[in-house]
Design a binder for this molecule. Structure first.
Ligand code: A2P
Length: 276
């Protein structure tokens, strides 16, 4: 008689295994997990991930504690990558920041989101505007060859408090020139289309200021040699804090761009980066 092997610990629902963790600063970390074989997603989408919550003191029952996280890896990657803030008293991230390779997390395999190519009309230039961990969906889209097939120029702006907080994005973009797989996948033509525009607000760096202010006073356009942002040529995706999203919407609407959706593609789309 054969008996089925017993798991040492009860398996989590929708469990995936952590394969690597990188701590970028005391506020930021990224991690990679196994990818469910059946999970298909479009670069830029998010899924719900999390951990089991503490047992209810009365019933002893545990409920999953889940939050929306953009998938930072591209759709072709065999693992899934996430980029997260650490909030000391955040219900999820106060615990999630301690995960180690081999640990399990919960991942609901139902990707959704508006930061996808399908939600934008064709155009010449694509802008990604990110603050903080709002860079995550663009880390996915920047590694997707489709992004460069669809547009002649791709401009990614990333505003963080200090230089160290830019590092995840900076290293990722630098790897497009040094990582053999990325060089082969994206090719020189794609790289020639890409412009990276990092800014900081609380520490000196070559370009300081909120991207919103730099757009309003014309600095970004001057720096990048762009005449104007216009509805017939420019498309944009925005991901950051509520404040950034609201302010950039107003700026883009002022340029004549209109907000799109999966079912109604237009000129720009917005998603809030998860905080806490
Ligand atoms: P600031 O330092 O002026 O607040 P956080 O780490 O708090 O999420 O912020 C990430 C970056 O986003 C910071 O550089 C912050 O600038 C910037 N930021 C916050 N709110 C806005 C906004 N409404 N428009 C543009 N940038 C913003």
């Amino acid at each position: 008689m054969t008996t089925a092997p017993r798991a040492a610990t009860p398996a989590l629902p929708d469990a995936q295994t952590v394969t690597s963790v990188t701590h970028w600063t005391d506020r930021l970390f990224s991690f990679r997990v196994t990818r469910p074989a059946s999970l298909r997603f479009r670069s830029g989408e998010f899924v719900m991930i999390g951990l089991m919550g503490d047992p209810d003191p009365r019933t002893g029952r545990q409920k999953p504690l889940l939050r929306a996280y953009s998938i930072a890896s591209p759709s072709w990657d065999e693992e899934l990558e996430f980029y997260s803030i650490k909030v000391p008293d955040g219900p999820l991230t106060s615990r999630l920041q301690h995960i180690q390779p081999g640990d399990q997390i919960i991942l609901r395999p139902k990707p959704v989101g508006t930061l996808v190519h399908d939600a934008l009309l064709p155009g010449d230039r694509l802008w990604f505007f990110a603050t903080g961990t709002g860079f995550a969906p663009f880390a996915s889209l920047l590694r997707d060859p489709e992004t460069y097939e669809r547009f002649d120029r791709v401009i990614v702006t990333h505003t963080c408090r200090d230089v160290a907080e830019l590092e995840y994005g900076r290293q990722l973009i630098a790897s497009f020139k040094t990582d053999e797989l990325m060089v082969e996948l994206l090719g020189e033509d794609a790289l020639a289309k890409l412009t990276y525009y990092p800014t900081t607000t609380r520490e000196a760096s070559p370009k300081m200021g909120r991207i919103t202010d730099l757009l309003r006073d014309g600095t970004v356009l001057r720096d990048l040699g762009v005449d104007a942002i216009r509805a017939d040529t420019d498309r944009a995706m925005v991901c950051g804090s509520m404040g950034l999203n609201t302010d950039l919407k107003e700026i883009l609407e002022g340029f004549g761009l209109r907000e799109g959706a999966n079912s109604d593609p237009k000129h720009y789309v917005v998603e809030k980066a998860f905080v806490g």
